[in-house]
Design a protein around this ligand. Structure first.
Ligand SMILES: [Zn+2]
Length: 634
Protein backbone atom coordinates (compact mmCIF):
# COMPACT_ATOMS: atom_id res chain seq x y z
CA UNK A 1 0.00 0.00 0.00
CA UNK A 2 1.25 3.41 -0.89
CA UNK A 3 0.90 5.57 2.09
CA UNK A 4 0.84 9.13 3.08
CA UNK A 5 1.86 12.47 2.02
CA UNK A 6 2.69 14.62 4.99
CA UNK A 7 2.59 18.33 4.73
CA UNK A 8 3.98 20.47 7.44
CA UNK A 9 2.16 23.75 7.85
CA UNK A 10 3.60 26.30 10.18
CA UNK A 11 0.72 28.41 11.33
CA UNK A 12 2.68 31.35 12.66
CA UNK A 13 4.57 34.24 11.09
CA UNK A 14 8.04 33.33 9.91
CA UNK A 15 9.80 36.48 11.07
CA UNK A 16 11.27 36.20 14.56
CA UNK A 17 9.32 38.49 16.85
CA UNK A 18 11.21 41.28 18.54
CA UNK A 19 10.84 39.62 21.90
CA UNK A 20 12.36 36.36 20.66
CA UNK A 21 15.11 38.13 18.73
CA UNK A 22 16.53 40.03 21.65
CA UNK A 23 18.70 38.24 24.19
CA UNK A 24 17.77 38.82 27.80
CA UNK A 25 20.72 40.61 29.39
CA UNK A 26 21.35 41.42 33.02
CA UNK A 27 21.92 45.12 33.66
CA UNK A 28 25.56 44.62 34.61
CA UNK A 29 26.14 43.07 31.19
CA UNK A 30 24.46 46.05 29.52
CA UNK A 31 26.80 48.30 31.52
CA UNK A 32 29.79 46.24 30.39
CA UNK A 33 28.72 46.77 26.77
CA UNK A 34 28.33 50.51 27.43
CA UNK A 35 31.82 50.57 28.94
CA UNK A 36 33.14 48.59 25.97
CA UNK A 37 34.59 45.77 28.05
CA UNK A 38 32.20 43.37 26.27
CA UNK A 39 30.33 43.51 23.01
CA UNK A 40 27.21 42.04 21.48
CA UNK A 41 29.17 40.21 18.79
CA UNK A 42 30.56 38.07 21.64
CA UNK A 43 34.13 39.36 21.42
CA UNK A 44 35.93 40.94 24.37
CA UNK A 45 35.40 44.67 24.02
CA UNK A 46 38.24 47.06 23.18
CA UNK A 47 38.33 48.18 26.83
CA UNK A 48 38.35 44.64 28.29
CA UNK A 49 40.67 44.29 31.29
CA UNK A 50 41.53 41.72 33.89
CA UNK A 51 43.55 41.79 37.10
CA UNK A 52 46.15 39.17 38.04
CA UNK A 53 48.73 38.29 40.65
CA UNK A 54 52.07 36.58 41.20
CA UNK A 55 52.10 34.28 44.22
CA UNK A 56 55.19 32.98 45.97
CA UNK A 57 53.97 30.54 48.60
CA UNK A 58 55.82 28.42 51.13
CA UNK A 59 53.69 25.89 52.88
CA UNK A 60 54.32 23.12 55.40
CA UNK A 61 52.03 20.21 56.05
CA UNK A 62 52.37 19.13 59.67
CA UNK A 63 50.73 15.72 59.80
CA UNK A 64 51.23 15.40 63.58
CA UNK A 65 49.44 18.68 64.31
CA UNK A 66 47.14 18.16 61.27
CA UNK A 67 47.81 21.73 60.27
CA UNK A 68 48.96 23.74 57.33
CA UNK A 69 51.44 26.54 58.00
CA UNK A 70 51.99 29.00 55.19
CA UNK A 71 53.70 32.21 54.14
CA UNK A 72 53.06 34.05 50.93
CA UNK A 73 54.23 37.09 49.04
CA UNK A 74 51.82 38.34 46.43
CA UNK A 75 52.18 41.04 43.85
CA UNK A 76 48.75 42.13 42.68
CA UNK A 77 48.27 44.03 39.44
CA UNK A 78 45.32 46.37 39.10
CA UNK A 79 44.61 46.54 35.37
CA UNK A 80 41.13 47.94 35.95
CA UNK A 81 40.25 51.58 35.28
CA UNK A 82 39.25 51.90 38.95
CA UNK A 83 41.15 52.99 42.03
CA UNK A 84 40.78 50.17 44.53
CA UNK A 85 40.06 51.24 48.07
CA UNK A 86 40.08 47.75 49.53
CA UNK A 87 41.48 44.28 48.89
CA UNK A 88 39.34 41.18 49.34
CA UNK A 89 41.08 38.00 50.45
CA UNK A 90 39.39 34.62 50.36
CA UNK A 91 39.98 32.45 53.39
CA UNK A 92 38.17 29.37 52.14
CA UNK A 93 38.82 27.29 55.22
CA UNK A 94 36.70 29.64 57.30
CA UNK A 95 33.92 27.47 56.02
CA UNK A 96 34.94 25.27 58.97
CA UNK A 97 35.13 28.14 61.46
CA UNK A 98 33.01 27.78 64.54
CA UNK A 99 29.81 29.76 64.02
CA UNK A 100 30.34 30.24 60.26
CA UNK A 101 27.26 30.54 58.07
CA UNK A 102 26.92 27.35 56.04
CA UNK A 103 24.34 25.92 53.71
CA UNK A 104 24.38 22.65 55.59
CA UNK A 105 26.09 20.87 58.43
CA UNK A 106 29.72 19.87 58.38
CA UNK A 107 31.10 17.10 60.55
CA UNK A 108 31.42 18.58 64.07
CA UNK A 109 34.92 17.15 64.32
CA UNK A 110 36.03 19.31 61.40
CA UNK A 111 34.98 22.62 62.95
CA UNK A 112 37.89 24.79 64.10
CA UNK A 113 38.87 28.31 65.07
CA UNK A 114 39.19 29.45 61.48
CA UNK A 115 42.21 30.48 59.47
CA UNK A 116 44.70 32.05 61.84
CA UNK A 117 46.24 34.98 60.05
CA UNK A 118 49.30 35.94 62.04
CA UNK A 119 50.67 38.68 59.88
CA UNK A 120 49.49 40.80 57.00
CA UNK A 121 51.72 43.40 55.49
CA UNK A 122 50.49 45.51 52.59
CA UNK A 123 53.09 47.57 50.76
CA UNK A 124 55.42 47.20 53.72
CA UNK A 125 52.84 48.44 56.22
CA UNK A 126 51.65 45.99 58.84
CA UNK A 127 47.89 45.69 59.12
CA UNK A 128 46.28 45.48 62.52
CA UNK A 129 44.05 42.45 62.37
CA UNK A 130 41.97 43.91 65.19
CA UNK A 131 41.06 46.97 63.14
CA UNK A 132 37.34 47.54 63.06
CA UNK A 133 37.74 48.60 59.44
CA UNK A 134 38.51 45.03 58.36
CA UNK A 135 35.34 43.29 57.27
CA UNK A 136 35.39 39.59 57.90
CA UNK A 137 32.37 37.88 56.45
CA UNK A 138 32.40 34.11 56.24
CA UNK A 139 35.10 33.13 53.79
CA UNK A 140 35.77 36.74 52.72
CA UNK A 141 38.17 39.12 54.37
CA UNK A 142 38.10 42.71 53.14
CA UNK A 143 40.97 45.01 54.09
CA UNK A 144 40.66 48.76 53.45
CA UNK A 145 43.76 50.19 51.83
CA UNK A 146 45.54 52.98 53.65
CA UNK A 147 46.73 54.17 50.25
CA UNK A 148 44.19 53.28 47.57
CA UNK A 149 45.58 51.36 44.63
CA UNK A 150 45.32 53.44 41.44
CA UNK A 151 44.50 52.01 38.05
CA UNK A 152 47.46 50.37 36.26
CA UNK A 153 49.52 49.93 39.37
CA UNK A 154 50.45 47.13 41.72
CA UNK A 155 50.67 46.37 45.39
CA UNK A 156 52.42 43.75 47.47
CA UNK A 157 50.97 41.63 50.22
CA UNK A 158 52.83 39.43 52.63
CA UNK A 159 51.01 37.17 55.03
CA UNK A 160 51.47 34.18 57.32
CA UNK A 161 48.71 31.84 58.26
CA UNK A 162 47.81 28.41 59.54
CA UNK A 163 44.71 26.31 59.93
CA UNK A 164 43.62 22.88 61.08
CA UNK A 165 42.83 20.48 58.26
CA UNK A 166 39.50 18.68 58.14
CA UNK A 167 40.00 15.05 59.14
CA UNK A 168 36.59 13.53 59.66
CA UNK A 169 34.99 11.77 56.70
CA UNK A 170 32.36 13.69 54.74
CA UNK A 171 31.95 15.00 51.20
CA UNK A 172 34.80 17.48 50.94
CA UNK A 173 37.46 18.40 48.44
CA UNK A 174 40.42 18.95 50.72
CA UNK A 175 41.94 17.60 53.91
CA UNK A 176 42.83 14.17 55.20
CA UNK A 177 41.50 11.00 53.59
CA UNK A 178 43.06 7.75 54.71
CA UNK A 179 46.41 6.14 55.41
CA UNK A 180 48.21 9.47 55.39
CA UNK A 181 46.81 10.60 52.05
CA UNK A 182 46.02 14.32 51.98
CA UNK A 183 44.76 16.66 49.34
CA UNK A 184 45.45 20.33 49.92
CA UNK A 185 43.31 22.77 47.95
CA UNK A 186 41.75 26.15 48.79
CA UNK A 187 44.65 26.50 51.21
CA UNK A 188 46.19 29.93 50.75
CA UNK A 189 44.79 33.43 51.24
CA UNK A 190 43.72 34.21 47.71
CA UNK A 191 42.90 37.60 46.28
CA UNK A 192 39.32 37.55 45.05
CA UNK A 193 38.44 38.49 41.49
CA UNK A 194 37.77 42.14 40.79
CA UNK A 195 36.01 42.36 37.45
CA UNK A 196 33.79 44.42 35.16
CA UNK A 197 30.65 42.42 36.02
CA UNK A 198 30.33 42.16 39.79
CA UNK A 199 28.72 44.91 41.80
CA UNK A 200 28.24 44.26 45.49
CA UNK A 201 27.15 47.09 47.78
CA UNK A 202 30.32 48.79 49.09
CA UNK A 203 32.46 46.26 47.27
CA UNK A 204 32.24 47.57 43.69
CA UNK A 205 33.66 44.96 41.34
CA UNK A 206 34.92 42.49 43.94
CA UNK A 207 33.50 39.01 43.79
CA UNK A 208 32.11 38.91 47.30
CA UNK A 209 30.07 35.73 47.00
CA UNK A 210 30.70 33.40 49.90
CA UNK A 211 31.89 29.85 49.83
CA UNK A 212 29.23 28.59 52.19
CA UNK A 213 29.22 24.93 51.72
CA UNK A 214 31.76 23.97 49.20
CA UNK A 215 29.32 23.15 46.40
CA UNK A 216 30.20 26.48 44.84
CA UNK A 217 33.29 26.15 42.70
CA UNK A 218 35.86 28.45 41.15
CA UNK A 219 36.08 32.00 40.05
CA UNK A 220 39.72 32.97 39.90
CA UNK A 221 42.05 35.23 37.98
CA UNK A 222 44.92 33.82 35.95
CA UNK A 223 47.98 34.02 38.15
CA UNK A 224 51.58 32.87 38.33
CA UNK A 225 52.55 30.56 41.17
CA UNK A 226 55.84 29.53 42.76
CA UNK A 227 55.01 27.12 45.54
CA UNK A 228 57.42 25.41 47.92
CA UNK A 229 55.89 22.53 49.84
CA UNK A 230 57.38 20.86 52.87
CA UNK A 231 55.94 17.47 53.75
CA UNK A 232 57.13 14.75 56.17
CA UNK A 233 59.93 12.55 54.90
CA UNK A 234 58.73 9.73 52.69
CA UNK A 235 55.72 11.66 51.34
CA UNK A 236 55.37 12.14 47.59
CA UNK A 237 53.72 15.28 46.24
CA UNK A 238 51.67 15.71 43.05
CA UNK A 239 50.56 19.22 42.16
CA UNK A 240 49.53 21.85 39.65
CA UNK A 241 52.34 22.99 37.37
CA UNK A 242 55.88 21.69 37.00
CA UNK A 243 58.10 20.26 39.68
CA UNK A 244 61.24 22.37 39.30
CA UNK A 245 63.57 20.54 41.71
CA UNK A 246 63.21 16.92 40.65
CA UNK A 247 66.82 16.13 41.58
CA UNK A 248 66.17 17.53 45.03
CA UNK A 249 63.42 15.02 45.78
CA UNK A 250 63.69 11.95 43.54
CA UNK A 251 66.42 9.32 43.30
CA UNK A 252 68.01 8.89 39.89
CA UNK A 253 66.27 5.58 39.37
CA UNK A 254 62.90 7.21 39.89
CA UNK A 255 63.76 10.05 37.49
CA UNK A 256 64.65 7.41 34.89
CA UNK A 257 61.21 5.84 35.24
CA UNK A 258 59.56 9.25 35.03
CA UNK A 259 61.53 10.11 31.91
CA UNK A 260 60.44 6.84 30.37
CA UNK A 261 56.78 7.59 31.15
CA UNK A 262 57.18 11.03 29.63
CA UNK A 263 58.35 9.63 26.33
CA UNK A 264 56.27 6.52 25.81
CA UNK A 265 52.63 5.79 25.00
CA UNK A 266 52.89 2.68 27.18
CA UNK A 267 51.95 2.59 30.83
CA UNK A 268 54.93 2.81 33.16
CA UNK A 269 54.64 1.72 36.78
CA UNK A 270 56.61 4.58 38.28
CA UNK A 271 55.87 3.17 41.74
CA UNK A 272 54.52 -0.37 41.84
CA UNK A 273 53.58 -2.56 44.78
CA UNK A 274 57.15 -3.87 44.82
CA UNK A 275 58.36 -0.34 45.49
CA UNK A 276 56.32 0.25 48.63
CA UNK A 277 58.41 1.15 51.67
CA UNK A 278 61.54 1.53 49.56
CA UNK A 279 63.54 4.73 49.29
CA UNK A 280 62.87 6.71 46.15
CA UNK A 281 63.07 10.12 47.76
CA UNK A 282 66.12 12.18 48.63
CA UNK A 283 64.36 15.26 50.02
CA UNK A 284 61.08 16.53 51.38
CA UNK A 285 60.96 20.09 50.02
CA UNK A 286 59.07 20.20 46.74
CA UNK A 287 59.15 23.21 44.44
CA UNK A 288 56.46 23.82 41.85
CA UNK A 289 55.89 26.51 39.29
CA UNK A 290 52.76 27.20 37.27
CA UNK A 291 52.07 30.20 35.10
CA UNK A 292 48.77 31.75 34.05
CA UNK A 293 46.62 29.27 35.90
CA UNK A 294 43.57 29.99 38.02
CA UNK A 295 44.66 28.04 41.10
CA UNK A 296 47.22 25.75 42.70
CA UNK A 297 46.54 22.53 44.63
CA UNK A 298 48.44 19.38 45.56
CA UNK A 299 48.01 15.86 46.86
CA UNK A 300 50.50 14.07 49.07
CA UNK A 301 50.91 10.56 50.46
CA UNK A 302 53.61 8.07 51.33
CA UNK A 303 53.33 4.58 49.87
CA UNK A 304 50.99 5.37 47.03
CA UNK A 305 51.20 3.59 43.70
CA UNK A 306 52.01 5.80 40.74
CA UNK A 307 51.27 5.02 37.10
CA UNK A 308 52.45 7.26 34.28
CA UNK A 309 52.34 7.51 30.53
CA UNK A 310 52.23 10.22 27.89
CA UNK A 311 50.53 11.08 24.68
CA UNK A 312 51.55 13.24 21.75
CA UNK A 313 49.02 15.99 21.19
CA UNK A 314 50.01 18.26 18.34
CA UNK A 315 53.68 18.91 18.90
CA UNK A 316 53.61 18.42 22.70
CA UNK A 317 53.74 15.28 24.80
CA UNK A 318 51.23 15.48 27.62
CA UNK A 319 52.22 13.56 30.74
CA UNK A 320 49.31 11.61 32.19
CA UNK A 321 49.55 9.99 35.62
CA UNK A 322 47.57 8.49 38.45
CA UNK A 323 48.59 8.25 42.12
CA UNK A 324 46.52 5.94 44.29
CA UNK A 325 46.06 3.81 47.33
CA UNK A 326 47.71 0.37 46.92
CA UNK A 327 44.51 -1.42 47.90
CA UNK A 328 42.29 0.37 45.40
CA UNK A 329 40.60 -2.15 43.14
CA UNK A 330 39.42 0.30 40.49
CA UNK A 331 42.30 2.77 40.30
CA UNK A 332 44.67 0.67 38.18
CA UNK A 333 42.19 1.43 35.34
CA UNK A 334 42.55 5.20 35.73
CA UNK A 335 45.75 5.63 33.73
CA UNK A 336 44.15 4.25 30.55
CA UNK A 337 40.93 6.18 31.07
CA UNK A 338 42.89 9.37 31.72
CA UNK A 339 45.04 8.95 28.63
CA UNK A 340 41.99 8.24 26.49
CA UNK A 341 40.32 11.28 28.01
CA UNK A 342 43.17 13.61 27.04
CA UNK A 343 43.21 12.10 23.56
CA UNK A 344 39.46 12.38 23.13
CA UNK A 345 39.13 15.97 24.37
CA UNK A 346 42.14 16.99 22.27
CA UNK A 347 41.26 15.24 19.04
CA UNK A 348 37.56 14.43 18.96
CA UNK A 349 35.22 16.32 21.23
CA UNK A 350 35.58 19.23 21.79
CA UNK A 351 38.70 18.72 19.67
CA UNK A 352 40.84 21.34 21.41
CA UNK A 353 44.39 20.42 22.37
CA UNK A 354 44.74 19.73 26.10
CA UNK A 355 46.03 23.05 27.40
CA UNK A 356 48.50 22.00 30.12
CA UNK A 357 51.68 19.95 30.52
CA UNK A 358 50.12 17.16 32.56
CA UNK A 359 46.89 15.58 33.72
CA UNK A 360 47.24 14.00 37.15
CA UNK A 361 44.53 12.04 38.94
CA UNK A 362 45.06 11.74 42.68
CA UNK A 363 43.07 9.27 44.76
CA UNK A 364 41.83 11.30 47.68
CA UNK A 365 38.15 12.05 48.11
CA UNK A 366 36.03 9.37 49.72
CA UNK A 367 33.23 9.89 47.23
CA UNK A 368 32.93 11.83 43.98
CA UNK A 369 35.69 13.86 42.38
CA UNK A 370 36.92 17.42 42.16
CA UNK A 371 38.96 19.24 39.57
CA UNK A 372 41.90 21.54 40.16
CA UNK A 373 44.19 22.82 37.40
CA UNK A 374 46.17 19.84 36.05
CA UNK A 375 45.24 17.67 39.01
CA UNK A 376 41.98 16.04 40.06
CA UNK A 377 41.14 14.76 43.51
CA UNK A 378 39.03 11.67 42.83
CA UNK A 379 37.55 8.85 44.86
CA UNK A 380 37.66 5.16 43.98
CA UNK A 381 34.10 4.44 45.02
CA UNK A 382 31.36 2.79 42.99
CA UNK A 383 32.05 1.17 39.62
CA UNK A 384 33.86 1.42 36.31
CA UNK A 385 31.13 3.54 34.68
CA UNK A 386 31.38 6.12 37.43
CA UNK A 387 35.18 5.97 37.45
CA UNK A 388 35.27 6.55 33.70
CA UNK A 389 32.77 9.38 33.90
CA UNK A 390 34.55 11.03 36.80
CA UNK A 391 38.06 10.73 35.36
CA UNK A 392 37.03 12.19 32.01
CA UNK A 393 34.81 14.86 33.55
CA UNK A 394 37.47 16.22 35.91
CA UNK A 395 40.14 16.23 33.20
CA UNK A 396 37.72 18.06 30.92
CA UNK A 397 37.41 20.84 33.50
CA UNK A 398 40.94 21.85 32.47
CA UNK A 399 39.17 23.53 29.53
CA UNK A 400 36.02 24.75 31.26
CA UNK A 401 36.59 26.59 33.59
CA UNK A 402 40.40 26.50 33.91
CA UNK A 403 41.22 27.59 30.38
CA UNK A 404 38.18 29.83 30.17
CA UNK A 405 38.06 31.53 33.59
CA UNK A 406 34.29 31.18 33.93
CA UNK A 407 32.63 32.52 37.06
CA UNK A 408 31.30 29.17 38.22
CA UNK A 409 29.84 30.66 41.34
CA UNK A 410 27.29 32.34 39.09
CA UNK A 411 27.40 30.55 35.76
CA UNK A 412 28.16 26.96 36.68
CA UNK A 413 25.96 25.90 33.78
CA UNK A 414 28.61 27.00 31.31
CA UNK A 415 31.43 24.84 32.64
CA UNK A 416 29.40 21.95 34.05
CA UNK A 417 27.02 21.87 31.11
CA UNK A 418 29.78 21.73 28.52
CA UNK A 419 31.99 19.41 30.55
CA UNK A 420 29.20 16.93 31.14
CA UNK A 421 28.03 17.17 27.53
CA UNK A 422 31.53 16.14 26.42
CA UNK A 423 31.58 13.47 29.13
CA UNK A 424 28.31 11.92 27.96
CA UNK A 425 29.59 12.01 24.41
CA UNK A 426 32.83 10.25 25.44
CA UNK A 427 31.01 7.59 27.47
CA UNK A 428 28.75 6.80 24.53
CA UNK A 429 31.29 7.04 21.82
CA UNK A 430 34.05 5.07 23.49
CA UNK A 431 32.27 2.81 25.93
CA UNK A 432 28.60 2.63 24.94
CA UNK A 433 27.75 3.73 28.47
CA UNK A 434 24.86 5.79 29.73
CA UNK A 435 25.82 7.33 33.04
CA UNK A 436 22.23 8.18 33.97
CA UNK A 437 20.93 4.64 33.71
CA UNK A 438 24.25 2.90 34.23
CA UNK A 439 23.51 0.74 31.21
CA UNK A 440 25.07 -0.01 27.89
CA UNK A 441 23.47 -0.15 24.51
CA UNK A 442 20.21 1.79 24.73
CA UNK A 443 19.71 5.02 22.82
CA UNK A 444 22.04 7.90 23.44
CA UNK A 445 20.35 10.66 25.44
CA UNK A 446 17.40 8.62 26.74
CA UNK A 447 18.91 8.41 30.20
CA UNK A 448 19.62 12.09 30.59
CA UNK A 449 16.24 13.12 29.18
CA UNK A 450 14.45 10.79 31.57
CA UNK A 451 16.50 12.22 34.43
CA UNK A 452 15.70 15.73 33.23
CA UNK A 453 11.96 14.99 33.07
CA UNK A 454 12.14 13.67 36.59
CA UNK A 455 13.95 16.67 38.14
CA UNK A 456 12.48 19.56 36.20
CA UNK A 457 9.02 19.10 37.73
CA UNK A 458 10.49 19.75 41.19
CA UNK A 459 10.94 23.04 43.00
CA UNK A 460 14.66 22.71 42.31
CA UNK A 461 14.06 23.85 38.75
CA UNK A 462 14.57 27.48 37.86
CA UNK A 463 16.54 29.65 35.46
CA UNK A 464 20.12 28.49 34.94
CA UNK A 465 21.19 32.09 35.25
CA UNK A 466 20.23 32.00 38.87
CA UNK A 467 20.97 28.47 39.93
CA UNK A 468 24.62 28.28 40.92
CA UNK A 469 24.31 30.35 44.05
CA UNK A 470 21.18 28.48 45.07
CA UNK A 471 23.03 25.20 45.41
CA UNK A 472 22.16 23.80 48.76
CA UNK A 473 22.15 20.05 48.54
CA UNK A 474 23.78 17.29 46.55
CA UNK A 475 20.57 16.36 44.76
CA UNK A 476 20.13 19.87 43.53
CA UNK A 477 23.78 20.07 42.53
CA UNK A 478 23.46 16.81 40.59
CA UNK A 479 20.54 18.28 38.68
CA UNK A 480 22.01 21.73 38.16
CA UNK A 481 25.49 20.45 37.22
CA UNK A 482 25.01 17.20 35.39
CA UNK A 483 21.53 17.35 33.88
CA UNK A 484 19.81 20.69 33.39
CA UNK A 485 22.51 22.60 31.49
CA UNK A 486 23.64 19.54 29.53
CA UNK A 487 20.29 19.00 27.82
CA UNK A 488 20.18 22.31 25.91
CA UNK A 489 23.79 21.99 24.75
CA UNK A 490 22.94 18.53 23.39
CA UNK A 491 19.76 19.76 21.72
CA UNK A 492 21.54 22.75 20.25
CA UNK A 493 24.36 20.66 18.79
CA UNK A 494 21.79 18.23 17.38
CA UNK A 495 19.88 21.09 15.79
CA UNK A 496 22.76 22.80 14.04
CA UNK A 497 25.01 19.74 13.63
CA UNK A 498 28.00 18.84 15.74
CA UNK A 499 30.55 20.17 13.27
CA UNK A 500 29.05 23.62 13.31
CA UNK A 501 28.65 23.49 17.08
CA UNK A 502 32.33 22.66 17.57
CA UNK A 503 33.39 25.23 15.01
CA UNK A 504 31.56 27.94 16.97
CA UNK A 505 32.78 26.60 20.30
CA UNK A 506 36.39 26.67 19.11
CA UNK A 507 35.98 30.31 18.19
CA UNK A 508 34.52 31.01 21.64
CA UNK A 509 37.57 29.36 23.24
CA UNK A 510 39.88 31.27 20.94
CA UNK A 511 38.26 34.58 21.89
CA UNK A 512 37.99 34.01 25.63
CA UNK A 513 40.73 31.67 26.81
CA UNK A 514 42.52 33.13 29.81
CA UNK A 515 39.66 35.62 30.26
CA UNK A 516 36.33 35.75 32.08
CA UNK A 517 33.49 35.05 29.65
CA UNK A 518 29.87 35.38 30.78
CA UNK A 519 26.96 33.40 29.30
CA UNK A 520 26.12 36.42 27.13
CA UNK A 521 29.61 36.31 25.61
CA UNK A 522 29.08 32.63 24.79
CA UNK A 523 25.64 33.15 23.28
CA UNK A 524 26.63 36.21 21.26
CA UNK A 525 29.74 34.42 19.99
CA UNK A 526 27.62 31.47 18.84
CA UNK A 527 25.23 33.84 17.03
CA UNK A 528 28.13 35.73 15.49
CA UNK A 529 30.12 32.72 14.31
CA UNK A 530 27.08 30.79 13.05
CA UNK A 531 25.69 33.98 11.52
CA UNK A 532 22.24 33.31 12.88
CA UNK A 533 20.16 34.73 15.70
CA UNK A 534 19.61 31.92 18.23
CA UNK A 535 18.40 34.18 21.01
CA UNK A 536 15.01 32.45 21.00
CA UNK A 537 16.91 29.32 22.06
CA UNK A 538 19.30 30.89 24.62
CA UNK A 539 16.46 32.85 26.22
CA UNK A 540 14.20 29.85 26.55
CA UNK A 541 16.69 27.21 27.63
CA UNK A 542 19.20 29.11 29.76
CA UNK A 543 17.85 32.45 30.88
CA UNK A 544 14.13 32.04 31.40
CA UNK A 545 11.99 29.61 33.32
CA UNK A 546 10.20 26.83 31.46
CA UNK A 547 9.71 23.12 31.12
CA UNK A 548 9.53 20.77 28.14
CA UNK A 549 6.09 19.56 27.13
CA UNK A 550 4.78 18.95 23.65
CA UNK A 551 1.21 17.71 23.25
CA UNK A 552 -0.76 16.46 20.29
CA UNK A 553 -4.39 16.91 19.23
CA UNK A 554 -6.23 15.69 16.15
CA UNK A 555 -8.73 17.87 14.29
CA UNK A 556 -10.14 16.14 11.22
CA UNK A 557 -7.02 15.00 9.42
CA UNK A 558 -4.75 17.54 11.07
CA UNK A 559 -2.36 16.69 13.85
CA UNK A 560 -1.81 19.82 15.90
CA UNK A 561 1.39 19.80 17.92
CA UNK A 562 1.38 22.28 20.73
CA UNK A 563 3.92 23.69 23.13
CA UNK A 564 2.04 23.25 26.37
CA UNK A 565 2.21 25.71 29.26
CA UNK A 566 3.00 29.40 29.40
CA UNK A 567 6.75 29.05 28.86
CA UNK A 568 7.01 25.64 27.25
CA UNK A 569 10.51 25.13 25.90
CA UNK A 570 11.25 24.75 22.20
CA UNK A 571 11.81 21.10 21.33
CA UNK A 572 12.39 19.01 18.24
CA UNK A 573 9.32 17.18 16.93
CA UNK A 574 9.39 13.48 16.10
CA UNK A 575 5.87 12.45 15.05
CA UNK A 576 5.38 8.74 14.48
CA UNK A 577 2.42 7.55 12.43
CA UNK A 578 1.57 3.92 12.88
CA UNK A 579 -0.52 2.24 10.17
CA UNK A 580 -2.99 -0.56 10.48
CA UNK A 581 -0.81 -2.80 8.32
CA UNK A 582 1.89 -2.67 10.97
CA UNK A 583 4.16 -0.23 9.18
CA UNK A 584 5.06 3.16 10.56
CA UNK A 585 6.82 6.31 9.60
CA UNK A 586 8.34 9.15 11.58
CA UNK A 587 8.49 12.73 10.53
CA UNK A 588 11.08 14.87 12.30
CA UNK A 589 11.21 18.62 12.50
CA UNK A 590 14.03 20.69 13.86
CA UNK A 591 13.58 22.72 17.01
CA UNK A 592 13.94 25.91 14.98
CA UNK A 593 10.31 25.60 13.86
CA UNK A 594 9.61 27.41 17.14
CA UNK A 595 12.06 30.24 16.61
CA UNK A 596 9.32 32.72 15.79
CA UNK A 597 7.74 32.11 19.17
CA UNK A 598 4.89 30.05 17.69
CA UNK A 599 2.95 27.85 20.07
CA UNK A 600 1.72 25.21 17.61
CA UNK A 601 2.38 23.55 14.27
CA UNK A 602 -0.01 21.54 12.15
CA UNK A 603 0.81 18.37 10.28
CA UNK A 604 -1.74 17.16 7.75
CA UNK A 605 -2.18 13.42 7.63
CA UNK A 606 -3.48 11.84 4.47
CA UNK A 607 -5.22 8.48 4.33
CA UNK A 608 -6.29 8.83 7.90
CA UNK A 609 -8.49 5.75 7.54
CA UNK A 610 -5.32 3.64 7.31
CA UNK A 611 -3.75 5.14 10.42
CA UNK A 612 -3.81 3.29 13.72
CA UNK A 613 -2.19 5.90 15.96
CA UNK A 614 -0.07 9.01 16.03
CA UNK A 615 2.44 9.74 18.74
CA UNK A 616 5.11 12.22 19.74
CA UNK A 617 8.53 10.97 20.78
CA UNK A 618 8.97 11.42 24.52
CA UNK A 619 12.11 9.33 24.92
CA UNK A 620 14.75 10.92 22.72
CA UNK A 621 13.12 14.30 23.30
CA UNK A 622 12.65 15.70 26.82
CA UNK A 623 8.96 15.87 27.72
CA UNK A 624 7.51 15.93 31.20
CA UNK A 625 3.96 14.87 30.36
CA UNK A 626 3.69 11.68 28.34
CA UNK A 627 -0.11 11.69 28.70
CA UNK A 628 -0.66 14.11 25.81
CA UNK A 629 1.74 12.47 23.37
CA UNK A 630 -0.38 9.64 21.94
CA UNK A 631 -3.66 9.38 20.04
CA UNK A 632 -5.29 6.09 19.07
CA UNK A 633 -7.26 6.62 15.85
CA UNK A 634 -8.64 3.36 14.55
ZN1 LIG B 1 32.15 19.26 37.09
Amino acid sequence: MRILILILVITCPIIISAQEAQLYETVNYQNAVKNETRSRNGKPGPMYWQNHADYTITVRLDTALKRIFGKESVTYFNESPDTLTNIVLRLYQNRYKKGAVRDDEVHPGNIHEGVELDTIIINETGISLESHRIMSNGTNFSIPLENPLPSKSKLSIYCEWSYKLPLEPEFRRTGYYKDNAWFIGYFYPQIAVYDDMEFFPNMKGWDYMLFHKGLQEFYNDFNNYKVTIEVPEGFFVWGTGSLTNEEGVFTNSLIERLDEARTTDEKVEILSKDDLNKDYLVGNIWEFEANEVPDFAFGTAPNYLWDGTSILIGDRRIFVDAAYHPESVLYPQVIDIAKNSVKYTSEVFPGIHYPYSHATTFNGMLSGGMEFPMIANNSDDRDTVFLTLMTFHEICHNYFPFLMGINEKRYHFMDEGLTQFFTNRFLWDKHGMDFYTNTRGSVKSIGIYAAYNYFCVTTQDNSSLYNAYAQNDMNNAFYQYLIKPVVPFMLFADMIGEDKFLFALHEFVHRWKGKHPTPFDLFYTMNDVLDENFNWFWNAWFLDFGYPDLGIELQDNQAIIKRMGARALPLPVNLTIEYKDGTSTTISKSMNIWKNGGKQVTIEIENLENVKSISLDDKSVPDINHGNNYIEIN
